[in-house]
Structures are given as structure tokens and as C-alpha cells.
Design a protein around this ligand. Structure first.
Ligand code: OFO
Length: 170
């Protein structure tokens, strides 16, 4: 049976992942409003990924004998100054999530919970990728700043990111 302290920390992380999903969905909606369907698609897929991260924590907690009590998700920001500011916030958010994951690993080690530590290693690796991707896109967006042709090309490129969850609502 998982320790209450660890259970509580993992439930908090489920909330962070769901908030990440909500935040990126809100960013997707912002891009839709700016007629940037490729960026909107990229963020929608990112939002789906975050939902699956929440599910991964949920499934682990259930299999470890935990009881998942879900909490409210805070309201995400809905407006940004520019495409660049969206990706700057994405990068900052991913750095924040990396710190959350690192804190969870520290807690698991302090509590000698090696199973949870092992489970968390997937997220440690994932965060390296998440931060690096956000950095890369921010870099690309900065390079085309003020150049609508360049932004159009990037938008077209981001249209091809494949979704994870089938869109049955279309
Ligand atoms: Fe973006 O990795 Fe989960 O939150």
C-alpha cells in the first residue's frame, strides 16, 4: 500500500497535468481565434498528451493501492500578446513541471519508495524532451518574428502533428 504522503503528492501532480492539458487547450483556442490552425493543432495534441500524463499517474496510483480524490482545475489564461509569448509561457510551464517531477523523485527517495521512484523515471525522461521541444519552437518562432510569410510556413508545418485521441466530435 502506497504511503499517504506519496499518494497526496501524486494526486497533486494529476491536477498539475490536467491543468497543463487545460492551459494548452486554451492556447489552442487562442491560435484558432488568430487564424493559425497549425499552431492550434499542435497545442491541441499537446493538450491531449498532458491528459494522458494525468491518466498515467492515475493508473499508477490505482495499481499501487491508492485512492484518487480529484480536485478542481484552476482557470487557464485565455489571451496572449503574440505567438512568441505563448511559447515563452509553454517553456516556463514545462520548466515548472520538470521541477514538480524532480520534487516527486526527491520525496520518493526520502520515503524509500523505490516503486514510485522507478515509475517517475519515465516522466524525468519525458520532461527533458518537453523542455527541449518548447525551447526549439520558441527559437523558430523568434526567428520569424515580424515575418508573416515565415509564420505562415511554420503554421503549415505544425498542421501535420498527429493527434493522439480520436476526434469523435468532428
Ligand atoms: Fe508537458 O509534460 Fe506533462 O505536464
Amino acid at each position: 500500500m502506497i504511503k499517504k504522503k506519496i499518494e497526496k503528492a501524486l494526486i497533486k501532480q494529476i491536477n498539475e497535468e490536467l491543468y497543463s492539458s487545460y492551459l494548452y487547450w486554451s492556447m489552442s483556442s487562442y491560435f484558432e481565434s488568430k487564424n493559425l490552425p497549425g499552431f492550434a493543432n499542435w497545442m491541441k495534441v499537446q493538450s491531449e498528451e498532458e491528459y494522458l500524463h494525468a491518466r498515467k499517474f492515475y493508473n499508477y496510483l490505482i495499481s499501487a493501492g491508492g485512492r484518487v480524490l480529484l480536485d478542481g482545475i484552476k482557470t487557464p489564461k485565455t489571451d496572449w500578446e503574440s505567438v512568441e509569448s505563448v511559447f515563452k509561457e509553454t517553456l516556463d510551464h514545462e520548466i515548472f513541471i520538470t521541477n514538480c517531477i524532480n520534487d516527486l523523485v526527491t520525496l520518493a527517495l526520502e520515503e524509500k519508495d523505490h516503486a514510485t521512484n522507478s515509475f517517475l523515471q519515465w516522466f524525468v525522461d519525458e520532461q527533458v524532451e518537453e523542455v527541449s521541444t518548447a525551447e526549439q519552437i520558441l527559437h523558430e518562432v523568434k526567428m520569424v518574428a515580424g515575418n508573416s510569410q515565415g509564420l505562415f510556413m511554420l503554421d503549415r508545418e505544425f498542421k501535420s502533428r498527429a493527434g493522439i485521441i480520436p476526434d469523435i466530435a468532428e
